[in-house]
Design a protein around this ligand. Sequence first.
Ligand code: SF4
Length: 335
Amino acid sequence: MGSEEMDKLVHQEDNILEVSHLKKYFPVKGGFFGGVTGEVKAVDDVSFQIKRGTTMGLVGESGCGKSTTGRTILRLIEKTSGTVLFNGEDVNQADKKKLRALRTKMQIIFQDPYSSLSPRLPVGEIIGEAVRQHNLVPKEQYNDYITQVMLNCGLQEYHKDRYPHEFSGGQRQRICIARALALKPEFIVCDEPVSALDVSIQAQIINLLKELQEKLNLTYLFISHDLSVVEHISDTIGVMYLGGLVETGNTEDIFSNPLHPYTKALFSAIPMPDPDMKINRTILEGDIPSPANPPKGCKFHTRCRDCMAVCKETAPEARDVGNGHVVRCHLYDAG
Ligand code: SF4
C-alpha cells in the first residue's frame, strides 16, 4: 500500500468531514438591466474538520452564515469555491448517482419540524418514503425496520397512522429525527433543531440526539445561536461572524477561555441562573455590517472595543494558541 493510500485511510478513520476554504457568494442583482451588481459573501473562506462520532457546534448571531455553511456542505446549495471531503471523498465531484448515495449518508434536521413534514402523509409514510426509494431494507423487513426506528426516537408504533398536526412540537421534531435516521446516515447537520421548542422539550431532544449518537456512532454539525444549548452537545465549537470562523476549539477550552472579542461578547450575553450574580456584560454595539459590503481588515472591527489601527487595514490570520484552539484576532499576533 502506497503512503498516499495509507494517508487516506488514516484520514477516513479520523475525520468524517473536512471543509477547506469553503465560499458561498450569492449574486446581488439590480440596476436598470437587472444585471449582477455585487455579491453577498454568506460563507467566506471557512475551514474545519469534524472527527467521526463527535459533534461540532457552529454558533453566531443570525445571518452570520451558519445555515448556509451547513447547506453548502450537503450540496443543497452549490458552493462558489473550496472543498468538502466526506469520508475522504469530494462531495462536489460526485456525479448524480454518487450524490444520491451520499444524500442518505449526510442528512439534515431543520428548525421548524412542522413545515418540513408533509401534512398529507401519515407519519409511517413520512419516515419510510425515502427508505423505499433507496431500497435500504428488504421489503419483508420494511415494517419492522420503520417501527424500530420510531421506537429508537421515542415514538410508538401506533403513531405510524397519525398525521403531523396530531403531534406536539417536540414529537414532530422526533418524527424529523426518525425520518433522517431511517436512511442510516453517518453525518447529520442539525440546523437550529430545538430553537422552536420549549426549554424542557429542548433538553429531551438534545438528550435523544446524544443517545442516538452513542448508539449509532453518528457525527453532528450542530448549528445554533444559543451557546448554552451548544455547550451540552458539542465536543468542539466554531464561532462564526459575517461568513467567517473567528474562533474554533474544544468546547471546554472555548467556554473556560474564550479569546476572540466577539466570542467574549456572545458569552457575556448568556442568561445566568442566579439573577443577583454580577458579571461584566459586553454589549455588542452597532448592527452586523452587510455581508455584501463587509468591513476591510478584521470584519469585526466596526463593533470591537479592542480595535487597533492594524485591525482596520489587515485581516487577522488564524493562530493556534495551543491544544487546537484557533483564533483570528490581532490581539494574539506573535509579538
Ligand atoms: Fe477586535 Fe482587532 Fe481582534 Fe478584530 S482583530 S477582533 S478588531 S482586536
